[in-house]
Structure formats: C-alpha cells, structure tokens
Design a protein around this ligand. Structure first.
Ligand code: 5GP
Ligand code: MN
Length: 327
C-alpha cells in the first residue's frame, strides 16, 4: 500500500517490537545516510532497532555517528516484527535472499520503484531518500533530529545530488540542507571526510580505468571499464570507483556515459549516466535494473562483448527517441 508522508509518520510513531533497518547492497551515501539516520532516530524514539547490510560500509563514511552499529551479514536468519528498507524498491537489491518480518515498509525515491512491501512511500521527484526521510522525521518529532541524525541525512543529500549540482536538486533540497546546517552540520567537515581522504590506490585505479575510455554511436556514448584484475593490481576497493563515471559524462558532446564493472568472470555491474536528454532509467529497466532518469544501472551475466552489444542497441534507440523528443 502506498502511503503519504503523514501516514508514514503515524505508522512509525506506532511501530512496536523488533525493528530491522536495511538498504541496498554496495551502499552509497544515500543508502547509508538514510538507513543510519533512521536507526539513530528510531533509537531516540525508544524503539528496539538493528541495522544490517549485506555489504560493508565504505571507509569514507566512518565518521558518521553510530556507524559502528551496522552489522554486515550474508543472510538474516532472525525474524523481526518490522523491516524498514531505505533507498531501494527491488528485493534483489537488498542482497538478502529472504527477510523475515511481520510487516515491511519501503522509503525510496526511484522512478522505477515497484514496491514489494506491505507499505511504501516513493517520491521519484525528490533528491534523495535522505531528503524524504527528513520530512517524515520532522512530522514525527523535530526535536529528535540531533547531530546523530542530521549528519547522516546531510551526507545522503550531498552525495545523491553530486554536491547540490544534479538536476534532482530543488529549492526545497537547499532549505533542508540549511536546516541541517542550523542543527550543527559542518559542510566542510562532511566534504573532506568523504571526498578528501582518497588513497593513492584509488588514483591508480582511476588511471587504469580511464585508459579504457572508448566512444560509440557518433561519440554520443562514452564508456569505461573496470576489470577485476585492476583491483588486484592497484589494491583499490571496489567502492573507490564511485564517481569515476562522471569523467566520461563530463566530455563535451557525450549524452550517455556507461561504466562496466566486472564482478566475477561473467558477471557485470553496469552504471549509466545521462546528460538529461536520454532516459537511462528506461534503458536500465529493460536490462533488468532501474534507477533515475539521469542515473541508473543493472546487473548482467555474460561476456562484456555481448552485454555491450545488447546495451548499445538499446542506447541507439533511446538516443533516436531523445532526438525526436528534443527537436
Ligand atoms: P550507480 O550507478 O551509482 O550504482 O546507481 C545509479 C542509480 O541506479 C541508483 O539510484 C541505483 O539505485 C540505480 N541502480 C543501479 N544499479 C541498479 C540495479 O541493478 N537495479 C536497480 N533496480 N537499480 C539500480
Ligand atoms: Mn538514493
């Protein structure tokens, strides 16, 4: 059942029993920020909460209050009264084969969302799950939004908007950020913690990945590739490739950037970014994934050549469609 902000606020005021909070695998800033923000907030409400991820937290989020509470498990065997899943609307993307809970709630902002839970709030227009969560928290009890909540929430807004630069940034996003700053968030501290603690390994990885830069479809598509061996060669962590896709997108004339990441021999993770004309969420969805108009992704099995061929066919159609829509 779809709920509005007020209904979610009422529901969360009344949740009882053992609550599990989780998010998507390979958690990004919005995933960590929203799930940890809710964990700290619900604790303040006096609820019994646990926070469990399938994948470890990237080190650059280690400054967030309460991050040490995150448990990383391959499967969740215990049964909960409630599960709250943030920033994801696809059960596969939690990384868990099964989550046992009496009742479930999704809080998300993906346009391709097809909620699979008892309750869901999905606002595709909003910048981030963190911004949405903040509005709901305010409806519950603004006084509970202390630094332990404000800091993770600000972090998710910052990362999902690319530092308040992407098209999902609204006047409301800045208002929320202003309110979080008034609560004590220091933007420079957050920025330096996340973006200015790069390890040399990451830059070495960037060097190898940028060497794979190639163009297709009249230079409108630029792609880069991360082969698993690059990680071994550089000692970089997979999560350190976050943001690399912005380089191919930044090139003049490029409409869509694609980042192929080898997970295992024949298993690939593909990220896409659009400059705005092409709806990459639609393309990702047709490949079994999802996301937003300008940022989307999917997982695929097969050889890189096969996946590339199939994707380029779809991108060709999407570029043509975008061309006619924008005439
Ligand atoms: P990224 O490329 O940074 O991993 O993800 C960009 C956006 O696409 C995010 O909003 C993310 O949730 C979505 N996305 C990425 N990969 C997948 C996927 O495999 N399935 C779905 N449903 N969404 C994805
Ligand atoms: Mn998000």
């Amino acid at each position: 059942m779809r709920l509005n902000r007020k209904e979610v606020a009422e529901l969360l005021k009344n949740v009882q029993g053992k609550i599990l909070i989780t998010t998507h695998k390979n958690p990004d800033g919005d995933a960590v920020g929203s799930s940890l923000g809710w964990f700290n907030f619900l604790k303040k409400m006096g609820k019994e909460v646990r926070i469990i991820y399938r994948d470890r937290v990237p080190f650059f989020f280690d400054f967030l209050p309460g991050i040490g509470n995150v448990e990383v498990l391959e499967e969740i065997k215990e049964k909960f009264d409630w599960v709250i899943i943030t920033d994801v609307s696809d059960p596969k993307r939690t990384g868990f084969s099964e989550i046992l809970a009496e009742k479930s709630l999704v809080i998300d902002h993906h346009i391709t969302a097809e909620p699979f839970t008892d309750y869901a709030i999905v606002e595709p227009e909003i910048s981030s799950t963190c911004e949405l969560s903040y509005h709901i928290m305010k409806l519950i009890d603004e006084n509970l939004i202390d630094m332990s909540v404000a800091l993770p929430i600000y972090t998710g807004i910052l990362t999902d908007t690319g530092g308040f630069n992407y098209s999902n940034t609204s006047p409301e996003t800045h208002t929320v950020a202003a309110e979080l700053l008034k609560k004590g968030v220091n933007p420079y501290e957050v920025y330096t913690n996340i973006f200015e603690r790069n390890r040399i390994n990451k830059l070495k990885l960037l060097e190898l990945v940028l060497r794979t830069l190639s163009f297709e479809l009249n230079q409108k598509v630029a792609h880069i590739t991360l082969f698993k061996r690059f990680l071994e060669e550089t000692g970089a962590y997979p999560e350190e490739s976050e943001g690399f896709i912005n380089y191919p997108r930044s090139i003049a004339g490029v409409e869509v950037a694609v980042f192929f990441k080898e997970i295992e021999g024949n298993s690939w993770k593909v990220s896409m970014r659009s400059k705005g004309r092409v709806n990459v969420a639609e393309v990702a969805k047709s490949m079994g994934g999802g996301g937003h108009r300008m940022a989307a992704g999917f997982e695929a099995e097969g050889s890189l050549e096969e996946i590339k061929r199939e994707l380029l066919k779809k991108l060709e159609v999407a570029l043509e469609k975008a061309h006619y829509e924008n005439l």
